[in-house]
Design a protein around this ligand. Structure first.
Ligand SMILES: [Zn+2]
Length: 639
């Protein structure tokens, strides 16, 4: 890009984000079915368009070889598009399940039927999942989590007016959905008000998003016997025996001990009727996308309003998102990666990632606040990181068992698939951990670090411009995907990652004094962001601190590589860093993110991270009088 094209009324020294993105900001429109547009979403829109075209083509004439389960995905897509059949069926396919819930008259009866109700996707008073066992991650453990609540941020429940407003949107939507059921008008009212009451009793015990983000506190082993006692009058032992016929687990893991301890207030003989109503309403809501398009659209009213989204996606987009997003993510990802990414790019980006890990090791060796033995372990952790770039060679076995048949209905297929996948995931419990499994499929525009596997995953979809291009300069790639790779690696050493060792086991390998020094640096980072006014609201420095530390590490480590290049183009580096954070969103969504998101607003990520590095000042001759200047004493570099 020539310097001329970059010229705008905003000087880069004052505002990198506005200067680099002004043209984009003035020309881009937020899609009507999305709350925001950014570099990630733009790629997502393009990937979606490409794959929807492919699905249409494959639905006409299937010719994809080598990814057998894709055929079932395409068949399910076709069924999702058959709106005539879906509209004609309406709510009918769900009625037998709703009837089964309604007819459970006592706690004893619920206990007798609990296995089937859970596997059939009925809203349950807790959620089971199989995770890596953090004592020994080669094995699994069974975890008990709280059920989801209506308003994702529990602190809103204390703010009466906002709570009333948000719940009224939810109620309005549920009234419309309940009106489709055979319940009488009186019952509809009673079911809804009971389900709000039960939601409130769950909310009082549940963890906030910030508490859920503290991984160490999610691991609370409990003897099965103690769990059974705590969950009474629910027959947890009966459920375990039904699910694990070859032997029940001796110990289970509890995400939120307060919930298990207070469980009796959510589920007991006295509140049982209200609980059944809650389960009925919750199941209706969760199955809505598998019913007609009309019902599916109705069920989106609440979430759309919460995010400021105006329109529902077209039926094609809905069908594609459903099939590729949740149900058949694995095979769609393998197909996308093989076809659109390829081996050459995979090799190139893996090489870049390894270079970043090597630079990280060099920096770690020079670290001044960790004790020598801690540094040694940090380097061992860096050496052990598994790098997953582009796409996996295979998808999970379970997808091959999801055979969709020509003559089953859309709902029946969805119902059966949901059950099969849940059974398969619960059956992982007694199998060894498969470290080759990918945390994200290749067609998703995202990236992650998994502390329990000590791996980084970069799906093919994010490995595109502006993040990465095989024809972009190394500096541009480092300012884009490179800094993001460095960011993800930094999570191995943040407030979560530092509690897990090179094998992903929970093992405190830091000395107390290391932590104290790290905490001081963390506090500096909290202050750098805390209280900044953004769209009329304040940034919560504590909520976003880990992600800001990761950004700081990502920029630091990539600049380290650039410093070793001859005639390095620092301007290209920072310009692309500013470009990858371009972002435009609905006001509602911006406010929601400020409350819930552990990441800072993208504009601040673009503009604050560079100021901590001397390279920024040199690259653009940034002076004290410029807005993107901070004094040397206030510049932070942690990793
Ligand atoms: Zn992150």
């Amino acid at each position: 890009m020539s310097n001329k094209a970059k010229e705008t009324s905003v000087r880069i020294q004052d505002d990198l984000f506005q200067s680099v993105n002004s043209e984009w900001l003035s020309s881009v429109a937020i899609p009507s079915d999305k709350p925001a547009i950014n570099a990630f979403e733009e790629i997502d829109v393009a990937v979606e368009e490409k794959l929807t075209e492919e699905f249409d083509r494959l639905a006409e004439n299937y010719d994809a070889e080598g990814v057998p389960a894709l055929k079932d995905a395409v068949l399910l897509y076709k069924k999702a598009l058959d709106t005539n059949a879906r509209e004609e069926a309406g709510i009918k396919p769900l009625l037998p399940l709703l009837e089964r819930i309604k007819n459970v008259k006592s706690v004893d009866e619920f206990n007798l039927k609990s296995v089937d109700l859970m596997l059939d996707g009925v809203a349950f008073p807790f959620v089971l999942s199989v995770d890596e066992d953090v004592k020994d991650t080669t094995k699994h453990c069974l975890s008990v989590a709280d059920p989801p609540i209506i308003i994702p941020d529990k602190s809103i429940y204390d703010k009466k007016i906002i709570r009333f407003f948000i719940l009224s949107i939810y109620k309005k939507m549920m009234k419309k959905l309940l009106a489709l059921t055979p319940l009488t008008k009186k019952e509809q009212k009673e079911y809804l008000s009971d389900s709000i009451k039960v939601d409130d009793s769950i909310r009082k015990l549940t963890k906030s998003p910030t508490e859920m983000a503290d991984y160490v506190k999610l691991f609370n082993p409990m003897d099965l016997k103690d769990a059974c006692d705590a969950l009474k009058p629910f027959d947890f032992n009966g459920l375990m025996k039904g699910l694990y016929k070859d032997g029940v687990p001796a110990v289970i893991n509890v995400y939120n001990p307060a919930y298990v301890k207070g469980f009796g207030s959510v589920f007991n003989e006295r509140t049982f009727k209200a609980f059944v109503h809650w389960a009925y309403v919750g199941t209706l809501y969760s199955y809505a996308p598998a019913l007609s398009k009309t019902i599916s659209d109705l069920s989106k009213i609440y979430v759309n309003k919460l995010m400021g989204v105006k329109d529902n996606p077209t039926i094609k987009k809905q069908a594609y998102r459903l099939v590729s997003g949740e149900v058949f993510a694995g095979p769609v990802g393998v197909y996308y990666g093989k076809k659109y990414f390829g081996e050459k790019a995979k090799e190139d980006i893996t090489f870049i990632a390894e270079r970043i890990i090597a630079a990280y090791k060099d920096r770690m060796a020079r670290n001044t606040f960790l004790a020598p033995e801690t540094k040694e372990k940090a380097i061992l952790k860096l050496d052990s990181i598994r790098v997953k770039m582009g796409y996996p060679d295979k998808y999970d076995e379970v997808y091959d068992s999801l055979k969709v048949s020509e003559d089953e209905s859309f709902f029946d297929a969805m119902y059966r698939i949901k059950r099969t996948k849940l059974v398969a995931s619960l059956n992982e419990l007694n199998k060894p951990t498969d470290f080759s499994k990918w945390a994200m499929p290749a067609h998703v525009v995202n990236a992650c670090y998994d502390p329990f596997k000590n791996d980084i995953t970069f799906p093919a979809a994010i490995l595109q411009k502006p993040f990465y291009g095989i024809d972009q300069s190394l500096e541009e790639n480092l300012g884009g995907i490179g800094a993001v790779i460095g960011h993800e690696i930094s999570h191995a050493f943040d407030n979560n990652g530092s509690h897990f060792d090179e094998k992903g086991c929970m093992n405190n390998w830091w000395k107390d004094e290391d932590f104290k020094k790290f905490e001081v640096l963390t506090e500096d980072m909290v202050k750098q962001f805390d209280g900044i006014i953004y769209h009329g609201a304040k940034v919560n420095g504590k909520l976003v601190v880990s992600e800001n530390i990761a950004d700081n590490g990502g920029v630091g480590v990539t600049l380290e590589i650039i410093n070793g290049l001859q005639n390095a183009d620092y301007r290209a580096y920072f310009t692309n860093w500013g470009r990858i954070w371009r972002f435009k969103a609905k006001e509602n969504y911006i406010k929601l993110l400020l409350r819930l998101d552990v990441h800072s607003p993208a504009e601040l990520r673009a503009n604050i991270a560079p100021r901590n590095f001397s390279e920024w000042y040199k690259a653009f001759d940034v002076k004290e009088t410029d807005k993107m200047f901070i004094e040397e004493g206030k510049r932070i570099s942690i990793w």
